[in-house]
Design a protein around this ligand. Structure first.
Ligand SMILES: C[C@@](CO)(OP(=O)(O)O)[C@H](O)COP(=O)(O)OP(=O)(O)OC[C@H]1O[C@@H](n2ccc(N)nc2=O)[C@H](O)[C@@H]1O
Ligand SMILES: Nc1ncnc2c1ncn2[C@@H]1O[C@H](COP(=O)(O)OP(=O)(O)O)[C@@H](O)[C@H]1O
Length: 280
């Protein structure tokens, strides 16, 4: 039997995303609390004589199947190459601020590492795939700084659930960065350690996503998503993730999140709505 490995590619959520500066090469300096949800894509890799990629799942149509797919780009980081037949089951919307491509790349690296017994590529090579890839390889609650390369594990997170809502508009990350009015915003404040859930959510509410306003100007429907989320019972906070267009509502329990998802989905047939737990 050929050896097979499976890896989960969780949705990435920027609970807050502060843009604090810009480097000379144009990349932006970020300060973000990044977490992962128990919804995402899936990678299955089987050792084979040559490298191949098959994409299935509800969002398969929205990603490239050739060498531009971040899964195949990630696989090339191993030298010498590890040949495998890879299947990507694409459940997350692409170019949506939930890091699907970066998380797929990270999951592919984990699966190939397991199959071959070889170490994961170093941090510089991960960053070369995309600014979100180092965070997605860590795949645990973390503070992300620099342009994405500085990763610090987040010490403790209260139990939280989210509803992720994407109005099915594509938002270009460079276009949102370009439209920012300010690039020198204050960094995250640091909350008290082991704060209870109320203190944590109050703290989070005064942090920001500095890309949200620019993204809403490009795609005003994002404002509708935020309004719909914030009106659902039990929603403690509604905010955009990454450069959008996906927004999240934050909930204290699974049931409230599931009800909010059902309510929003029933009123907005074309939107992608998913309730999930935040992984600790
Ligand atoms: C904004 C964030 C926040 O987590 O999330 P997404 O909206 O992509 O999910 C990420 O920084 C995105 O990471 P990722 O999508 O991997 O970015 P990359 O492919 O490396 O970069 C896409 C483009 O975004 C801009 N970019 C990206 C990261 C950064 N720190 N500064 C930038 O200015 C650059 O113009 C770059 O060409
Ligand atoms: N496996 C993949 N999944 C999603 N997008 C991918 C993938 N491979 C390449 N891409 C391309 O990468 C870009 C960013 O995708 P994604 O990581 O989903 O967005 P975001 O960074 O906004 O969360 C998209 O334009 C998409 O075409």
């Amino acid at each position: 039997m050929p050896k097979t490995a499976e890896a989960f590619a969780p949705a990435k959520i920027n609970l807050c995303l502060h843009v604090t500066g810009r480097r000379e090469d144009g990349y932006h300096l970020l300060d973000s609390l990044v977490v992962f949800a128990d919804v995402g894509d899936r990678i299955t890799a089987t050792l084979a004589d040559s490298m191949s990629l098959r994409v299935d799942g509800p969002m398969a149509g929205s990603v490239p199947v050739g060498p531009d797919n971040l899964v195949l780009r990630a696989a090339t980081l191993f030298e010498p190459p590890i040949d495998a037949a890879i299947t990507l089951t694409k459940n997350l919307p692409a170019a949506a601020g939930v890091g699907g491509g970066s998380s797929d790349a990270a999951a592919c690296l984990r699966a190939l590492s397991e199959l071959s017994g070889r170490a994961l590529p170093g941090p510089d090579r991960l960053l070369g795939l995309g600014a979100d890839v180092p965070a997605c390889v860590a795949a645990e609650p973390l503070r992300m700084q620099g342009i994405g390369e500085k990763i610090t594990p987040w010490p403790s997170l209260p139990p939280l659930w989210v509803v992720l809502v994407n109005p099915r508009v594509l938002v270009s990350t460079p276009a949102v960065f370009k439209r920012l009015e300010r690039r020198d915003n204050p960094p995250m404040q640091i909350p008290a350690e082991d704060a209870g859930i109320d203190t944590f959510v109050q703290w989070l509410a005064v942090q920001r996503n500095d890309m949200q306003s620019a993204a809403c100007q490009i795609e005003p429907v994002i404002t509708d998503v935020l309004t719909a989320l914030s009106k659902t019972p039990g929603c403690a906070l509604a905010r955009m993730s990454g450069s959008g267009a996906t927004c999240f509502g934050l909930f204290y329990d699974a049931k409230s999140a599931e009800q909010a998802q059902a309510t929003i989905a029933s009123k907005n047939g074309g939107w992608w709505c998913q309730s999930a737990a935040i992984l600790k």
